[in-house]
Design a protein around this ligand. Sequence first.
Ligand SMILES: [Zn+2]
Length: 419
Amino acid sequence: MSTQPLVIGKFSLGMGDRFAHEAEAQLAACLAARKFGVEIVPVWNKSNREHNIIGSEPTSTRAAADAAVKALGWTAPYFLDADHIGLKTVDRFVGVSDFFTIDVADFIAQPADSAAVQTFVDRHPELVGTLTLAGIDRPFTITRADVERTAAKFLLAVQEAGKVYRHIVSVKGVGRFVPEISMDETDSPQTPPELLVILAAIADEGVPIQTIAPKFTGRFNKGVDYVGDLAQFEREFNDDLCVIAHAVKQYGLPANLKLSVHSGSDKFSIYPAIRRALAKHGAGVHVKTAGTTWLEEVIGLAEAGGAGLALAKEIYAEALAHMDELCQPYATVIDIDRSKLPAAAVVNGWTSEQFVGALRHDQKNPLYNANIRQLIHVGFKVAAKMGPRYLEQLKACRESCARNVTGNLLERHIRPLFL
Ligand SMILES: [Zn+2]
């Protein structure tokens, strides 16, 4: 076994393959990027929540990824992300994953031990005062009280991340996986000065994170575009990159540490800002997508017509009938206007073109309906319940499903971000 520590490259794309049928089509998008001269590291991610809803095991994600890599002759690195795990859920992933998104959002704002907060603040006088960071025009002014408040809010979460990290190390060994810490599934975004305090705490805790997923300003709803203040997003994203570069030097965090953008699919309006920022700072990024691929499967079925279209309509009807149950786990990351969801009987009369037009993320198409898109996004449980009936159609409509999966990742994601 190689003794080289696992290090993730500059640009990486998280991809979700809920039913383990699209790994090849997804990898084809990375292969195409490679032909254009840009290395995109594929990372297959599937959360514990997704595995539970579908009734699958992480070994199936590993098998699908390995098979795709073999089939397409992919020789560059690739990873399997145990997405949003904690101490209670990590064990199921620990054998097959080599990337761990340690989710500590639930521990944010649970107050840390006040002695630990004081120790932290005393150890970090450099955080207090007027900080001029390379690349940021306006210096940060951070008071001792600010550091105390931020430490009180995040220290317990960072300590928890340390526990999870050390648990994974005890099984896999140091350097045998890429650690990420995620704080995105919480109420309020973390500001760049807060990120700096958090990174200092992570370094103290001894977690060599290679990616960090803060919560950014604005709405990152599932499968649809960004909603928020574009100028503020761009300013904070740039500031975050400078904070990371500073923290790498100041606290000895891994040199390849980069931002991880969760719910990163379909955020078309911020991709130009991300692209500009990466170029300006020479920074890398991990963009995590997941359900956008499942949506392309449904689009592929609908585009194929016949039994595929019929099944896509059935998925819509069932999702509509069970909307409350399906939306509940995703309540904070979807905004569905129920009055804009057509009745199942209406959709049943649609052509392929109408169904595809409503679902495909083409904001210029007058048929596009972001409410239908979000409902289907959370509706994968319906397909999981269909079991073999769904999987048979995925095979029968392979060409159109694969074409849409690859085209979506390459043309709507990789191209505007990286090519
Ligand atoms: Zn996340």
